[in-house]
Design a protein around this ligand. Structure first.
Ligand code: CU
Length: 480
């Protein structure tokens, strides 16, 4: 506030001195930009005049979790993926400082799409580890802009998470809303399969072939679910700044159960209304806005839907408040849409940590299995394992399940069809293969199933699953 008043006074003095009421008068006012980590957005500038803004951004190469039990070395602007959010006002002169932390291994630079000038700053910002570069640009155009690293191999730097957003506010600012959040999609390429545990390296060939292992919002499968879900209340308006870092994929951004009241598509100044899904190009961004009328979990996805359910492109906004049965009669969004995000990931993490030290107990497996059963098997066999008469056989008290441990692994890995008799009742249907589950997940789920609802069995371990998986013949080109 103080700063604003001072700025206004300075501008007035400048106008008096130069006898000119335009904002083009030279300004001596300098502010340091406050950057935020995702999913947060800096406060509005609340300025009615241009100033000089100093931005300091540090590149860090950091090992972080990309999925539960999977680590990856991200290259980041400011320590996060996406990088720190930068907010300035149209007309501001930005003095940009790019620092490359001394522990880093690689040189980096920055190309800001909000910069007018060849390379968008890239040539002037090439920075070796332990060094700093500085360049200045004028934010001529209002809009929401992607920034990214452009050091060779450019694709690799972007694929490792080197992108973020720069908002250049229009002179009048953006209309007030209750919440502003920062969400950015990216595609990732690891040598190991989706959710394969341990440290995973970047896979250049998969990146060239555009076959991502993960498609994520905010750089990690867990970034915006569970305790980290975005929050709002019924009656409030939410604005999302949604970027797409790529490097390869175009995003079909959609919020299940919401209609965007307004979209500044392609990050420009025009507004489209009542939009279901908005296309966000790689290296592009949009501003979407919606009003929350009823409570519940709203699932954000890339509507290229396998990416949401099998590569991680899923985030949640949780709205709390009173129901309005006139607008929506129904139940809370169910496990079909939340998938295995319906349950907490904590027991899964605990089981993995215990296994790493060779101390995994059957109780830990059961808990982890329960968390993954929800949204994976429960859609058909039901949460209580009772199945549906004549359609899905029961797992609770199932003689068929308990008769043969290895066969049960085989059923989950490879599916089941043809006639089966469970507890004297016959079923003739099809269960799809669940081979997307990794060895630990599958072992834990089966341990849970074989020790719940009256079933009493021994534990199923990951080594058994691995063995069954390896001994199964699959058509050429089929996964896992
Ligand atoms: Cu870089």
């Amino acid at each position: 506030m103080q700063r604003k008043n001072l700025g206004t006074v300075l501008t007035m003095i400048a106008c008096l001195i130069f006898g000119n009421l335009s904002f083009a008068a030279p300004t001596t006012e300098t502010v340091h930009a406050t950057l935020t980590s995702p999913p947060f957005v800096p406060e509005a500038t609340h300025r009615d005049h241009a100033v000089k803004v100093i931005v300091e951004l540090e590149v860090r190469e950091l090992e972080k979790e990309i999925s539960e039990g999977v680590s990856y070395t991200f290259w980041t602007f400011g320590g996060t993926v996406p990088g720190s959010f930068i907010r300035v006002r149209q007309g501001d002169t930005v003095e940009f400082h790019l620092k490359n932390h001394p522990d880093n291994k690689m040189p980096h630079n920055i190309d800001l799409h909000g910069v007018t000038g060849p390379g968008g700053g890239a040539a002037s910002s090439f920075t070796a580890p332990g060094h700093e570069s500085q360049f200045t640009f004028k934010a001529l155009n209002a809009g929401i802009y992607v920034y990214h690293c452009a050091t060779a191999p450019v694709g690799m730097h972007v694929a490792n998470g080197m992108y973020g957003l720069l908002l250049v506010e229009p002179p009048e600012g953006l209309p007030a809303v209750d919440h502003e959040y920062y969400v950015m999609q990216g595609d990732f390429y690891t040598v190991g399969k989706y959710r394969e545990h341990g440290h995973q390296d970047f896979d250049m060939q998969k990146a060239i072939d555009e076959r991502p292992t993960y498609v994520l919002f905010n750089g990690s499968e867990g970034a915006l679910v569970g305790d980290h879900a975005l929050k709002a209340k019924v009656g409030e308006t939410v604005r999302l700044f949604v970027g797409n870092g790529g490097p390869n994929l175009v995003s079909s951004f959609h919020v299940i159960g919401e209609i965007f009241d307004k979209v500044r598509y392609e990050g420009g100044v025009h507004e489209q209304e009542n939009v279901q899904t908005t296309l966000i190009p790689a290296g592009g961004a949009a501003i979407v806005q919606f009003h929350l009328d009823v409570p519940g979990s709203y699932v954000m996805v890339d509507h290229s839907i396998f990416r949401a359910f099998n590569k991680g492109a899923l985030a949640i906004l949780k709205a709390e408040g009173p129901e309005d049965k006139n607008i929506y009669s129904g139940k809370e969004v169910d496990s079909v849409y939340l998938g295995d995000k319906a349950a907490s990931a904590a027991p899964v993490e605990e089981a993995r940590a215990a296994q790493a030290t060779g101390k995994l107990t059957i109780q830990q497996q059961i808990k982890a299995g329960e968390a993954r059963f929800a949204g994976t098997c429960s859609v058909c066999h039901q949460n209580n394992g009772a199945g549906l008469a004549g359609v899905f056989p029961p797992l609770a008290g199932s003689d068929y399940l308990m008769a043969d441990r290895l066969r049960s692994i085989n059923i989950v890995l490879n599916g089941l069809s043809g006639q089966v008799t469970v507890n004297g009742n016959t079923y003739n249907s099809v269960m799809p293969p669940m081979s997307q589950l990794n060895d630990d997940e599958l072992a834990n789920i089966l341990t849970y199933v074989r020790n719940s609802w009256g079933n009493k069995g021994d534990s199923v371990n990951a080594a058994d699953v691995k063995q069954v998986r390896e001994s199964t013949k699959r058509p050429q080109g089929a996964a896992h």
